[in-house]
Design a protein around this ligand. Structure first.
Ligand code: FES
Length: 305
């Protein structure tokens, strides 16, 4: 067998074994209810410090339609890692010091964005989130200490602290990946709706059985659909919230100026315009999939928009 194939097999097996061991470790973190004693007060503190409103929406990433945290962490991580490389090169000391200072400053908005996302997460996500948060706080402290050591002319200490920061930030980054890709925190939980809902128009019953200005749930195939009736007009959205699949039909109706009737999710307060599914307030950043609705022969019919 060629050497390269053996090397690939060895690497794959080593990574698989390591991945399984790390996976078991993180799974045990998800189930550690003792972490709730830290996560819940932290979540309450974040909600108090950054109340619902435009600042929290901005930190969630509502205006850009994606969570802001993964975008913002590029700045500190990029600066820090570049500094770690520059530390190995002749003449890299000054730019490395500048990058570590800039990266440490850039960690503040990234942390604020992560904090508001954390405060609107499931308990299992928050338990991993606490460890992710702790790792990143230590990383910031290490890079911050490195910056101060560099300003004091302590080159060896500055480089060692930055290297330690890189190791700890990598652990935090791995946990961030687990939160995003395994626990689907920040993902759009309605992406599958257009693939699951059967095509064409679907009969959802008599209009007269749909109460006016109330929220009701019906099924299109296996896909729950949220219905809202105003006279002869019916509005329809996917019922599972794009944030973490909360049941919108159990939410609250409200009127937002200029947007008409809106629904607020009962789980974490995301608000969507019923007219088109647009996100009015986070933590959701992805709009609700919309269904076209019509009344034919006194019956309500919907189809994917
Ligand atoms: S599930 Fe979190 S806001 Fe709807």
């Amino acid at each position: 067998m060629p050497t390269v194939v053996r090397m690939v097999q060895f690497t794959t097996k080593t990574l698989t074994d390591a991945g399984r061991a790390v996976g078991r470790l993180i799974k045990s973190i998800e189930g550690q209810e003792r972490l709730d004693a830290v996560a819940q007060p932290l979540s309450g503190l974040v909600q108090k410090l950054i109340p619902a409103g435009p600042v929290r929406d901005l930190l969630h990433g509502v205006p850009i339609g994606h969570p802001a945290h993964p975008f913002l962490v590029q700045f500190p991580l990029g600066a820090w890692m570049s500094a770690n490389v520059l530390d190995l090169l002749p003449g890299g000391w000054v730019p490395a010091t500048a990058l570590i200072g800039a990266g440490t400053a850039a960690a503040a908005p990234a942390a604020a964005a992560g904090a508001v996302d954390f405060a609107a997460a499931h308990p299992e996500q928050q338990r991993v989130g606490v460890v992710h948060w702790a790792s990143n706080t230590v990383a910031v402290a290490l890079y911050g200490a490195s910056f101060l050591a560099r300003l004091g002319g302590k080159r060896t200490a500055g480089k060692r602290l930055a290297l330690a920061g890189l190791v700890v930030a990598s652990v935090g980054g791995y946990l961030g990946g687990h939160l995003a890709y395994r626990q689907a925190m920040g993902a759009n939980h309605t992406e599958s709706v257009p693939h699951l809902a059967p095509e064409g128009w679907h009969d959802l019953g008599l209009l007269s059985e749909l109460p006016e200005r109330q929220l009701r749930q019906r099924l299109v195939g296996n896909v729950p659909v949220l219905l809202y009736r105003d006279g002869e007009r019916v509005l329809a959205l996917a019922d599972a919230c794009s944030h973490l699949s909360g049941p919108l039909h159990e939410g609250e109706l409200n009127d937002e100026p200029g947007l008409g009737p809106c629904v607020t999710c009962p789980w974490h307060g995301s608000t969507f315009a019923l007219e088109d599914g647009a996100v009015v307030h986070g933590p959701a950043t992805a709009p609700q999939p919309q269904f076209r609705a019509r009344v034919s022969g006194g019956r309500v019919e919907v189809a994917l928009a």
